[in-house]
Design a protein around this ligand. Structure first.
Ligand code: FAD
Length: 307
C-alpha cells in the first residue's frame, strides 16, 4: 500500500526538498547510486567489468524545466562517453537515458529531446557501444517510441524499454520483436492509472511472462530487466525452448539490488548487465527504489530516527 504514496511523493517538489536536505539520506542513497561524478564512477565501472559484469550507465535526472538543463544532461552523457572511450570497454558498457532529462516535457519537447539525444547515440556508436531509451510514465511513450524509431534509422542497435504493467505493451512487443532490435522488458516503476495498467502484482507478472515469450520467440535481442527469481527462471526456460544461445539474450538488474545474483548469473555464463546510476539529481530514481520494496523505506526511516 505504501508504494503508490511513495511514487506520488517522487513527483512532489516539497518532498524532494525535504528528503534531499536530510543529512542521513546520503548514506541510504549510496546503496543505489554509488557516485555523483564521472571520477566517482570510473573505479566502479572498472571493478564491475573486471568481475565479468556488463553495465548500462544512467546519469540520474528527469523532469527538467529548462532547455539549458537538457543541454547539460546531454553534456554529462558526452563527458561519460569520453571517459568510457579511454577505458576501451566497447559494448560491455552502454548508456541508459531518460528522454524527460533531454527536454521531452518542455514546449517543442519531442524535437528537443531528439536533438539532444542524437549526439549521445552518435558518440556511443563511435566508441563501439549503444544507448537504450528508458520508459517513463505512459504519457511519454508514443514520443519515446517515435524517437527510438527515428534513431534506429542510423543506429539500428539503439534499444528501448517496455513495461509489462501497461495494457499496450503486448502489442508494442510484437512490433518490436524484429531482427536487430534490442528490447528491455521490465515490470514498470511509475504510478499508473487502472485505465492503462494492471494494478495487481500477479496480473503484472503474468503479462511479463506473455511478453517475454513474444520477445524470446521473436527475432530481436531480449534484455530481461528484473530481480524476480521466478521470472529469471522462466526466462531461462523460454530462452532454451526458443533455441537461443547464452549470448542471444541478457539479464539486467539494478546496482545495489541482489548483487550476489548478478555474480551468480555471470558465473553461469549469462550476459549480466548492471544498471548503474550516478549523479546529483538522484531524488526520482531513489524514491522509485524505495517504492519497490517496503524494507528499503523502513531502513531509510530507521536511519533517520537513529541519528
Ligand atoms: P519485484 O517483484 O518488484 O522484485 C523481485 C525481488 O527483487 C524482490 O522480492 C526483492 O528481493 C528484489 N527487489 C526488487 N526491487 C527492489 C528494490 N528496490 N530494493 C531491494 N530489493 C528489490 N522501470 C521503468 O518503468 N522504466 C525503465 O526504464 C526501467 N528500467 C529498468 C532497468 C533495469 C535494469 C531494471 C532491473 C529495472 C528497471 N525498471 C524500470 C524498474 C522495474 O520496472 C521494476 O520497478 C523493478 O525492477 C522491480 O521489479 P522486479 O522485476 O525486480 O520485481
Amino acid at each position: 500500500m505504501l508504494g503508490p504514496v511513495i511514487l506520488a511523493a517522487s513527483r512532489s517538489d516539497r518532498m524532494r526538498r525535504l528528503i534531499s536536505a536530510a543529512p542521513v539520506t546520503k548514506q541510504v542513497v549510496d546503496r543505489f547510486i554509488p557516485g555523483e561524478t564521472v571520477a566517482d564512477i570510473v573505479p566502479i565501472i572498472k571493478d564491475l567489468t573486471a568481475k565479468g559484469l556488463e553495465l548500462t550507465m544512467d546519469v540520474v535526472g528527469e523532469d527538467i524545466t529548462t532547455p539549458e538543463q537538457a543541454t547539460a544532461a546531454r553534456d554529462a552523457y558526452l563527458e561519460l562517453i569520453d571517459h568510457l572511450g579511454r577505458l576501451e570497454l566497447g559494448e560491455r558498457v552502454e548508456m541508459s537515458v531518460k528522454l524527460s532529462m533531454f527536454g521531452q516535457a518542455l514546449p517543442g519537447g519531442h524535437e528537443l529531446a531528439l536533438a539532444n539525444v542524437r549526439p549521445v547515440v552518435e558518440a556511443a556508436a563511435a566508441i563501439g557501444t549503444t544507448v537504450t531509451l528508458d520508459a517513463e510514465d505512459h504519457t511519454t511513450l508514443d514520443s519515446m517510441f517515435a524517437i527510438h524509431e527515428e534513431l534506429r534509422k542510423d543506429f539500428p542497435q539503439t534499444g528501448c524499454v517496455i513495461q509489462a504493467y501497461l495494457f499496450r505493451t503486448e502489442a508494442d512487443a510484437r512490433r518490436l520483436a524484429e531482427s536487430g532490435s534490442r528490447v528491455r522488458l521490465v515490470k514498470g516503476a511509475y504510478k499508473e492509472p487502472a485505465e492503462v495498467a494492471y494494478q495487481q502484482k500477479h496480473e503484472i507478472d503474468k503479462a511479463y511472462v506473455r511478453i517475454l515469450r513474444t520477445l524470446m520467440e521473436g527475432e530481436g535481442y531480449p534484455m530481461i530487466g528484473s530481480h524476480d527469481p521466478r521470472l529469471i527462471a522462466i526466462a531461462q526456460e523460454l530462452a532454451h525452448k526458443a533455441g537461443r544461445k547464452l549470448d542471444e539474450y541478457e539479464f539486467q538488474m539494478l546496482y545495489g539490488i541482489r548483487s550476489d545474483e548478478h555474480l551468480r548469473l555471470a558465473a553461469e555464463g549469462h550476459r549480466m548487465r548492471v544498471y548503474t546510476a550516478y549523479g546529483t539529481d538522484w531524488y526520482g530514481y531513489f524514491m522509485r527504489r524505495l517504492a519497490e520494496k517496503p524494507a528499503n523505506l523502513r531502513f531509510f526511516l530507521r536511519s533517520m530516527v537513529s541519528k
